[in-house]
Design a protein around this ligand. Structure first.
Ligand code: ADA
Length: 560
């Protein structure tokens, strides 16, 4: 399963994942031995590769002819792709999708080979030893599309309301692979709303963006309580013959800012959220659909209404579920804890820019995504680091001016970058890493952020939490006990939810996660143990504390 809905009815699409591929590790104890490896999965889920960091070669066969488009939803962390031993392309970053086109294949069986590398090196500036695990393998879906010489590359759907009428700016990206200019007609259908755009000329070897604003009748808005979704289908025709299609799923909702408030369809939202890493004891980062659903059921059971995809773009299948279940998403590009020196390394800008671009361009249509984030706990307190924050936030705003943007700062009253985001966020750990009053710290940080940005902006506590080892029970409520975690967490989140100047809170974190070996001496069990459930999703006492506290607060500030 690649997406939560059928993406084509006319274009031929074949899922190449959900199957065993040939796998040969290049290094380590089992180097050059032949294996069958499930795609998608992490190789760490195979008993021989639980700690394997290196390269491996995946191969599979497919039958096709003509032009094909190979779509990869996530390969960790570098993929070199070959078809019939011809190099097709390379991609860096485990957490963003990518595609390659192969033209004029002969009608035959072909071999797809992917060299995968999850090693740390100077070439990898975003995947580094960190307080989460960089797994290895083809962790997300792979599909094969058969396309003609001209096809629909994507659709971007930006809904807005004018009075009582829902409208949307619709951009359809049409790519012409031929060496001649081609003419096509475009038809769009959403429920009973149908639109035609005729005589579109697409220049040879170019992609044309067809942009129109349409009015949509008899549609219901998307909200947390009623997450109404609609299928929008685009068809390409020549003289009435339909030869290509592209299907997306969208929601009619508007995110706007009003001073220190974030509004969803005009109502001021209160964030009751969790930071959630894509990590599971059994599946690593390749969390299967049923386990994604279980995570979201637990999150809703606790009364949470939002997920922060710390610290990287998530599997689109998970975002589809958030669309369907009315869970708001703060999706962020891949970055955690980079110092200025690291951010100034030659490849950093390009690798960051590519990740941000792929995140926004590919995930643009998800109504659940209400804000984009970058640069978690990076050097926002130095001049050079601040300029990089400015650059990445401007890139976000250019790619998508329909959503706010932010970065989670831990530089607090040294931060130099609060001028640049449209929403200000802080990670803070009073009562855990240091003994300070939550309220005093929160008030001080809100005041500082207001003094250091020219306009009044919404403020979110993007991380707060504490550790608790599953099964460690003690009435002393010492740190690392479940009792202590539940006690501290209640004292941390209650004053935040009580503070009208704060849009809300993301608890760090939903589940315990595996971390890099290099962090072993900083993290008991080589895990980050601040989850309210452990890595198997076994609830800790804190689960029930959060459920109790969150139940006292609604999804919106104003009662109506
Ligand atoms: C930081 C960081 C998280 C995690 C957390 C912790 O806020 O953003 O990724 O490392 O600290 O557990 O201390």
């Amino acid at each position: 399963m690649i997406r939560g809905f059928k993406t084509h009815y006319i274009r031929e699409v074949e899922e190449l994942s959900s199957s065993l591929w040939d796998f040969v590790p290049s290094d380590g104890e089992y180097a050059l031995k032949q294996y069958k490896m499930l795609v998608p999965s992490c190789w760490e889920s195979h008993p021989h590769f639980v700690n394997y960091r290196g390269k491996g070669i995946y191969t599979t066969k497919f039958y096709a002819s003509g032009n094909v488009k190979l779509n990869f939803k996530g390969v960790s962390h570098t993929a070199n792709v070959y078809v019939d031993d011809e190099f097709v392309g390379t991609h860096y970053n485990a957490f963003t999708p990518f595609s390659f086109i192969c033209k004029n294949l002969t009608a035959d069986e072909h071999t797809l080979k992917i060299e995968v590398d999850n090693d740390f090196s100077e070439q990898s500036l975003l995947h580094i030893p960190n307080d989460y695990m960089t797994y290895g393998g083809i962790n997300r879906g792979v599909e094969l599309e058969t396309i003609g010489e001209i096809y629909i590359k994507r659709i971007h759907f930006s809904p807005f309301k004018e009075g009582d009428v829902w409208k949307a700016k619709v951009k359809v990206f049409i790519e012409n692979l031929a060496n001649d200019n081609l003419f096509v007609d475009l038809k769009l259908i959403l429920d009973y709303n149908m639109f035609d755009v005729s005589d579109i000329e697409v220049a040879a070897n170019k992609t044309l963006e067809v942009e129109e604003i349409f009015e949509f009748k008899d549609v219901e808005p998307w909200s947390m309580e009623e997450p109404n979704l609609y299928i929008i289908s685009a068809f390409l025709e020549v003289e009435g013959d339909v030869f290509d299609d592209y299907v997306e799923r969208v929601g009619f909702r508007e995110i706007t800012l009003d001073g220190d408030s974030i509004l969803l369809n005009g109502k001021k939202i209160r964030i009751k959220g969790f930071n959630r890493h894509e990590d599971h004891a059994q599946f690593g980062c390749a969390i299967p659909y049923s386990a994604m659903v279980y995570d979201l059921e637990l999150i809703k059971d606790m009364g949470a209404n939002s997920i922060r995809t710390c610290h990287y773009p998530n599997d689109e299948l998970f975002l589809d579920l958030c669309d369907e279940m009315g869970i708001l998403v703060w999706e962020e590009s891949h970055a955690r804890g980079f110092e200025e020196e690291h951010m100034l390394k030659p490849n950093f800008d390009k690798q960051s820019e590519d990740c941000i671009n792929e995140m926004v361009v590919e995930h643009f249509n998800h109504p659940s995504i209400y804000i984009w984030g970058v640069l978690n706990e990076c050097a926002s307190d130095t001049k050079a680091g601040s300029l990089i924050h400015k650059k990445q936030l401007e890139q976000l705003a250019t790619l998508d001016n329909t959503r706010p943007n932010t970065f989670a700062s831990n530089k607090h009253c040294r931060d130099l970058s609060f001028e640049y985001p449209t929403v200000i966020s802080n990670n803070m750990y009073p009562l855990w890493y240091f003994d300070r009053s939550v309220l005093e710290m929160l008030s001080g940080l809100i005041a500082y952020s207001r003094e250091h940005s020219t306009t009044l902006k919404p403020y979110i506590v993007s991380e707060i939490g504490c550790g608790g080892i599953y099964g460690s029970r003690n009435r002393t409520k010492e740190k690392w006990t479940e009792d202590g975690q539940a006690d501290i967490l209640e004292k941390q989140i209650t004053p935040i939810l009580e503070n009208p100047d704060c849009t809300g809170v993301y608890i760090w974190q939903f589940c315990d996660i595996r971390v890099s070996t290099e962090w072993a001496m900083k993290r008991p069990r080589t895990h980050n143990n601040k989850g309210v459930v452990d890595e198997f999703r076994r609830e800790k006492l804190a689960y029930y504390t959060v459920k109790k506290v969150f139940s006292n607060y609604g999804n919106y500030f104003d009662k109506n």
